[in-house]
Design a protein. Structure first.
Length: 378
């Protein structure tokens, strides 16, 4: 009968449609995102990406801009074709031997996306500086000019402080129109707000003040930047040894300037309420530099799609900063972007314990974040 002849065609039609999906950009992004999730989890049932793909080409490169010289590591597929690219910033004190980082960079390259990891200029010393933003802009221009990259599919990815710095780089007028996407994990929006969170040991969400305890490394970065605002090299040295390296005990405040005394009172928590005055008294050039280290400064210049993932329990940057970041995106950018909150990350590592159903739900969020990022790069 006619319907029997037609029903026989159904499996062939389904097979054709399925095959078409998996060879499409959407299908490739879906499969490769799943494989990368399995790659970065600490104890997955399997890591098929490693088993079925070739090891990437790994090379050290040097590049420059405006007289400055930078270094980076590039991970790229072996096939010799043109591929989308991701420039990745790990943030402060990056650990290039971290197993999760190595699985991530190799996994992205195995999935067919070039990955460039610039060496930090000052971030490796626990300091934030515009030089690291300049290095990220120069990295984009470098990778954009390579024969193995698809110039229309280049974006940035960043973690924590690195996430904010890549978003500042993406606002740069030299490259803003060319940056296709930002994949951000735990960025801050306003550096001065983060200083307040560290100082107050709390943040406000939905009108309610919530307690928050920053990690020691965050407190060190905060201390370094308050101390760096002082004019006296001797005061900076003494306060660094007191509050960062912990080499000194008590310091006689009589030897400090008025500005030095106020920084001391804030960092010793003798009088935390003086932070506002300390910030107000920053030298104008230093305050301007700090403002330029906030994505908040030039959000209207951002053109790229933005995908943000932030841990609700982040002890490095409170999740409210990512909410503010997303809400401040230009309307045309925000409608094509995504903001997601998670509960299984411990500062960039998906290792926080959770029940099975919760874990599956949270991994689905990570998968969606990776899928949208991959869809722009593949």
């Amino acid at each position: 009968m006619w319907w029997r002849r037609k029903i026989v065609l159904v499996p062939f039609i389904l097979l054709t449609l399925t095959s078409a999906f998996f060879v499409s950009r959407y299908g490739q992004a879906a499969v490769k995102s799943l494989l990368l999730v399995l790659e970065v989890l600490p104890e997955p049932p399997a890591r098929p990406l490693t088993s079925i793909t070739s090891s990437p080409v790994v090379e050290q490169v040097e590049y420059g801009s405006d007289g400055a010289s930078y270094k980076a590591t590039v991970y790229r597929p072996k096939d010799g074709g043109q591929h989308g690219a991701i420039i990745l910033s790990l943030g402060v004190n990056p650990d290039y031997d971290d197993p999760t980082f190595l699985r991530l960079t190799h996994g992205i390259a195995r999935a067919g996306i070039v990955t460039m990891v610039p060496e930090p200029v000052y971030l490796g010393e626990g300091l934030m500086d515009e030089a690291d933003v300049d290095a990220l802009v120069a990295a984009f221009k470098y990778i954009h000019n390579q024969p193995y990259t698809d110039k229309k599919r280049i974006g940035y990815a960043g973690f924590c402080v690195g996430a904010s710095l890549v978003s500042i780089a993406a606002q740069d007028s030299r490259i803003a129109e060319k940056v296709r996407f930002l994949s951000l994990l735990g960025p801050y929006y306003d550096i001065f707000s983060v200083m307040q969170y560290v100082n107050n040991r709390s943040f406000t969400f939905d009108g309610i003040e919530q307690p928050w305890q920053p990690e020691g490394m965050v407190e060190d970065i905060y201390a370094r930047h308050l101390i760096a605002s002082l004019d006296s090299p001797l005061e900076r040295e003494l306060l660094e040894k007191k509050f960062v390296s912990k080499e000194l005990g008590d310091i006689s405040k009589e030897i400090l300037s008025e500005d030095g005394k106020e920084v001391y009172q804030v960092l010793s928590r003798e009088d935390p309420s003086k932070l506002d005055k300390v910030i107000q008294d920053f030298p104008s050039s230093y305050r301007s530099e700090m403002e330029r280290l906030s994505p908040k400064k030039s959000m209207g210049d951002l053109k790229a799609k933005v995908f943000i993932l932030h841990d609700r329990n982040d002890s490095y940057i409170p999740f409210v900063e990512s909410r503010r970041f997303f809400e401040a995106l230009p309307e045309g950018v925000r409608k094509n972007s995504l903001y997601t909150e998670s509960q299984i990350f411990q500062h960039m590592h998906p290792t926080r314990s959770a029940g099975h159903l919760t874990f599956i739900k949270e991994i689905a969020k990570l998968y969606r974040h990776l899928y949208l990022s991959f869809l722009e790069a593949i």
